[in-house]
Design a protein around this ligand. Sequence first.
Ligand code: BES
Ligand code: ZN
Length: 591
Amino acid sequence: MACPDPHSCFDDSQSRARHWRLRLRVDFERKVLSGEAELRFERPAQGPLDLDTKGLTILSASCREADVPFELEGERPILGRRLRLRLPPGTRSVAIRYETSPEAMGLQWLSAAQTEGKRKPFLFSQCQAIHARSVLPCQDSPSARVTFEAELDVPEGLSAVMGAGPLGDAPSGPGRRAWRFGMPQPIPSYLFALAVGELSSRELSSRCRVWAEPACVDKAAWEFAGVESMLAAAESLFGPYEWQRYDMLVLPPSFPYGGMENPRMTFLTPTLLAGDRSLVDVVAHELAHSWTGNLVTNATAEHFWLNEGFTVWAERRILKALRGEEAASLAWAIGQKALDEELKRFKDRPELTRLRAHLEGVDPDDAYSAVPYEKGARFLACLERAAGQAEFDAFVKSYLARYRFQSVATEDFCRRVEERFPGLLAKVDADAWLNKPGMPSDAPRFCSPRLNALAALAEDWPKGRRPDPALLRAAKPEELLVFLQRLPQTLGPADCRWLDDNLGLTGRGNYEVLVQWLRLAAASGYQPAFERVRRLLLEVGRMKYVRPLYLALGKTPPGRALARRVFSEAAGSYHVLTRRAAESALAGYPA
Ligand code: BES
Ligand code: ZN
């Protein structure tokens, strides 16, 4: 097996880079990173070495001052261009001088206007799944791990942070400052992360700190104050935290995800700053990745469920430990709705709803959905129920310890389950979970008294019975979310007005509740909410919100008109992935 990963030209019969030394200059005028990546090998290397690149300009390759011959092959769709180096015998390291493209998929360059402070530009990276190759030439497969050291040269007045340990900063030239970082634990390339902007930070515990733009750093520190207790709960469930520090960075609102588990520095969307700590389960999720994903990593994107399904399961175990069974049940129920919707969205591509995916020729960004998350988590919950919680917990701990700092495939996981619990896989029909599309009919369902009560309120709605508003006003945000998810997804103007007047939905700070409402309002053509939809779509780039809102606007002519107007205004400031998601929603509108 020379090329184990369909999304990378990483060839495991060639030498492996074990360490990167990066020196990069951040150029906000040209929107490029330029500099040098030195790849070091464990043993003297020689012969061909294939690296992934996308949009990179390769200026030179050298080893001990001597040029190393290289070819940059033609562009392949999705994958980019293979850079083939020919290493002379005895090569211990090779230095590549290069430059990124302003369109690099792994980087988003924001103007000052797109930040909260409006004074300084901002840069952040998002390398998962296969965008590290647009940031540096590398063996861009999660089955190859590296340690690294990096120096980022940035304009004075901006701070640089990385998914790594800081090693200090010093002036590097007129108006410039160099920030140094080291990452002693080996990571897969998709966890390489950097951000540059006007940042300040607050300490949350001896090993946790939050970074954000100065204008929202105190709000962030309040919102995430409980992170140390999550970390402690996670350690007791999953074993020691192996990354020394757990810091977080709150990004500008165009960040396309809710969170990204960059090691030592989780990246978060500012839409989590609800003002009531009601969205911290996203932090629990990213934190849980420190074990499930970062420590034990999916071998390729075809085993993505091992990262995300495992992490959703782990996140809900943390939630249960901290807030109890009822809170965890609500989270499972909210996830069930997302799962049902995504199974519908993928009804014409059912093969993408298998946990063990086959992605040759498929862009991982196109395959991305809630399915590996929620179906994967349910598969694990099913194993957990069949094995018994204490036994399954002990198994998970030993599995994580066994594969720490390694990459695993679905087959490795199954082998370990079979070893520990002979016959269990067959008993739960693991083959159906892993290899068949959709959900097995006996998939676990989660219920609780609170959940049943909320569902009953929503079921009464079409029968014309309105709930007591006081009851819903007293509900927690996640309870309100459950209620809203269960209402019919288009309503008349009087119903919409009732909801908004009684529950103050348009003014909500919890984005899950807000967006669930705005989707309903948009799909119903309820124009009093359109201005809030417009503002949200101009500001927020989180795909989880942007895609459904554009889809909902597509249901009525005034909605479509708004969507087209807003998109033409917002497109330029969206992350490429967000722009694509919005474009594909617009493309599905009736002519
Ligand atoms: N690792 C993912 C984000 C990701 C996945 C980025 C694939 C690029 C490609 C992260 O851990 C995640 O799952 N984020 C979720 C939050 C979560 C609570 C489910 C998100 O962004 O919504
Ligand atoms: Zn995740």
